[in-house]
Design a protein around this ligand. Structure first.
Ligand SMILES: NC(=O)c1ccc[n+]([C@@H]2O[C@H](COP(=O)([O-])OP(=O)(O)OC[C@H]3O[C@@H](n4cnc5c(N)ncnc54)[C@H](OP(=O)(O)O)[C@@H]3O)[C@@H](O)[C@H]2O)c1
Length: 247
């Protein structure tokens, strides 16, 4: 059931996070929106309220543990608890390793890996105590296979795969009923490519996305399917992409 669930969404200011917030709110979820761009969050929360839904928002930099803790507190203070944590914030400044864009490497580790760790650390004590909860993450098809120009991005997304699988296993062993879902999208038309500073990589990726990209609402649908399962059922992994993209 989606109705009345309290769902925290990181990376809610655009793309997959924004589309998911709109869809879940339209199905009666209470959504708590986090990202760095406050103006975008406010616009989205206003649009959700105007459509009859419920949303709260707060600036969130997922690399800061205190800000992850604060958004969990916001969910509890505003809506009385938290049921789902959708750890979706991420960036993909791809380049060949020989371009030595080491700041980009470290930023991907900080956001795509440590952001997931910080988000789980913020919510896990609550989920363990209440013996229920749902952690959903956006990995990537780059978390399933290697792509040139994507060594670090792919590495961060492989990390998510391993981490989520162990979270699922340990929760089952400990009897805490925490459900997990890891989503592996292929080309989804969002703002993701804007972080690519390497010119040749940017051009190549834009070509791929122009040819194949499908809207972020497709991933929102999958998040809704995962949440909508009975409480005793986990759909653990989804690989989702354009039907015409070989990925
Ligand atoms: N689009 C695709 O083809 C595709 C494919 C596979 C996987 N993914 C994954 O899907 C997820 C969502 O990306 P998207 O495609 O929807 O791209 P997007 O439109 O660029 O959205 C990325 C979101 O992450 C947020 N973000 C970035 N750094 C952050 C930080 N430090 N703290 C908090 N939020 C941060 C951005 O918001 P602010 O800038 O406002 O903070 C934005 O809301 C990412 O994890 C991405 O790796 C996307």
């Amino acid at each position: 059931m989606i109705k009345d669930k309290v769902v925290i969404i990181s990376g809610a200011s655009s793309g997959i996070g924004e589309a998911t917030a709109k869809l879940l709110a339209s199905k009666g979820a209470k959504v708590v929106l986090g990202a760095r761009r406050e103006d975008k969050l406010k616009q989205l929360a206003d649009a959700i309220a105007k459509a009859g839904g419920q949303a709260a928002y707060q600036v969130l930099d997922v690399t800061q543990q205190s800000e992850n803790d604060a958004i969990v507190k916001l969910a509890k203070d505003t809506f009385g608890g938290v049921d789902v944590m959708f750890l979706n914030a991420g960036l993909m400044p791809n380049s060949p390793l020989s371009a030595m864009r080491t700041d980009d490497w470290h930023q991907m580790v900080d956001v795509n890996i440590k952001g997931v760790l910080n988000g789980v650390a913020a919510v896990l004590p609550t989920f363990v105590a209440q013996k229920s909860g749902h952690v959903i993450t956006t990995s990537s098809v780059a978390g399933l296979k290697a792509y040139p120009n994507g060594a670090v991005y792919g590495g961060t997304k492989w990390f998510v795969r391993d981490f989520m699988e162990v979270l699922r296993m340990e929760s089952a062993m400990e009897g805490t009923n925490i459900r997990t879902a890891t989503i592996y999208p292929a080309a989804i038309s969002t703002e993701l490519l804007r972080a690519i500073g390497d010119k040749a990589t940017s051009q190549a990726m834009h070509g791929i996305y122009e040819k194949y990209g499908i809207p972020p609402e497709r991933i929102a649908n999958v998040v809704a399917i995962a949440i909508d399962q009975p409480e005793d059922t986990t759909i653990n992994e989804f690989t989702v992409g354009p039907a015409n993209q070989p990925w």
